[in-house]
Design a protein around this ligand. Structure first.
Ligand SMILES: NC(=O)c1ccc[n+]([C@@H]2O[C@H](COP(=O)([O-])OP(=O)(O)OC[C@H]3O[C@@H](n4cnc5c(N)ncnc54)[C@H](OP(=O)(O)O)[C@@H]3O)[C@@H](O)[C@H]2O)c1
Length: 340
């Protein structure tokens, strides 16, 4: 740390470690740790630069979230700049009318120790009102992935007690929460018996025939929350029943493919009168308080847990991010940048 200037206008200057995107990642192929580098040579003045105007904030990043959506940004983000993603941060200097110095927030930030966030990113930050839960939960169960699970399950699929729910990528950030919500609703949940107490499951990496795997696990599946796409979606379509619903959440199986896999069984949507609906969670952020009212009591009563996979330090960020695409994580993959 260094102090610049006289006593009246003294500005603190600190090191600002950053994860920089070294190379664009081509649309086809898995991202590699070596596409990113961690630099420790940069510094930052703990003040808002003049050009930021009155709407910016300077934050200290505490937790960063590893999300599949960062993959497409690695193809487009300008090189030699810190990568961006969801995180939890403390506001150190505030020029934004919605916040104050000392507020804890979650939203889009930079993969670095300190970030200056300007419009429109600063407008999307959400003030954290409940601090009696671990702050890292705002990268997962109480942040964007939790809202995604809530919208797919309650707003789009809304299955009833006793119905069967199939979830793909069920051990990840979104999937684990959809499954636990389904269990609380009294549904039968296909996947991950041991870890999350679901009813049945299989590992798609060890199954030569996904259709057969679906048929031998819990009967037929009523309301898939579809996170994967590709072959898994094709197998699920074969196993739908009349009037079923699919919340199309994402297609992680194609994020590293230049040429997308085809889906061949869409005709079953017609025969089985299935409603399949895609959604993007930011369109539903106006429901965030309703979501908190539902999920906070469940967390406090221990009825829903957020299984986290915590990587310590920004240095571990690149490995944690690329391993999301090989499925090394169990639960929400978080990078711890600083202690609260
Ligand atoms: N619509 C929205 O607004 C929205 C918001 C958030 C997330 N999403 C989508 O939801 C999905 C899950 O996101 P998340 O945050 O919960 O990530 P995550 O599950 O925490 O991590 C990704 C998981 O996907 C599985 N996976 C990776 N590559 C795969 C492949 N080729 N085929 C099948 N499974 C694969 C891995 O688990 P295993 O290999 O161990 O099964 C990995 O753990 C993604 O498609 C994401 O884009 C959508």
């Amino acid at each position: 740390m260094a102090i610049v200037g006289g006593s009246e206008e003294a500005t603190v200057v600190v090191r600002n470690k950053q994860v920089i995107l070294r190379e664009y990642v081509p649309a086809s192929g898995f991202p590699k740790e070596s596409d990113m580098c961690v630099t420790t040579i940069g510094t930052i003045k703990l003040m808002l630069p003049d050009q930021v105007g009155s709407d910016g904030v300077l934050v200290k990043n505490l937790y960063l979230s590893c999300d599949p959506s960062q993959r497409s940004r690695m193809t487009k983000t300008p090189q030699q700049r810190p990568i961006r993603g969801y995180g939890v941060a403390e506001i150190l200097v505030c020029g934004h009318p919605n916040f104050e110095k000392g507020d804890l927030v979650w939203g889009i930030t930079g993969w670095e120790e300190y970030s200056v966030l300007t419009k429109p990113a600063a407008d999307t930050l959400t003030k954290i009102q409940h601090t009696d839960v671990p702050l890292s939960y705002y990268t997962g169960i109480l942040g964007m992935p939790g809202m995604t699970a809530y919208i797919g399950f309650y707003e789009i699929c809304s299955p009833k007690k006793g119905q069967y729910v199939f979830i793909s990528a069920a051990s990840g950030a979104v999937g684990q929460l959809v499954g636990q919500s389904a269990k609380l609703q009294g549904c039968y949940v296909d996947l991950l018996k041991n870890k999350f107490g679901f009813d049945d499951g299989f590992n798609y990496k060890e199954e030569p025939d996904l259709n057969a795997a679906l048929k031998r696990s819990v009967a037929v599946h009523f309301f898939p929350n579809c996170n994967v796409g590709g072959k898994m979606l094709d197998a699920v379509l074969l196993n739908m029943r009349i009037g079923d619903r699919i919340a199309m959440c994402g297609m992680i199986s194609r994020y590293n493919l230049g040429q997308a896999e085809g889906v061949h069984n869409l005709i079953y949507l017609v025969a089985k009168r299935v409603r399949m609906e895609g959604f993007l969670v930011p369109d539903y952020y106006h429901l965030y308080l309703k979501f908190l009212e539902l999920v906070l009591p469940y967390i406090n009563e221990g009825k829903i847990v957020d299984v986290e996979d915590k990587a310590q330090g920004l240095e571990s960020g690149p490995a944690a991010l690329v391993e999301l695409f090989t499925g090394r994580n169990v639960g929400k993959q978080v990078v711890v940048v600083a202690l609260e």
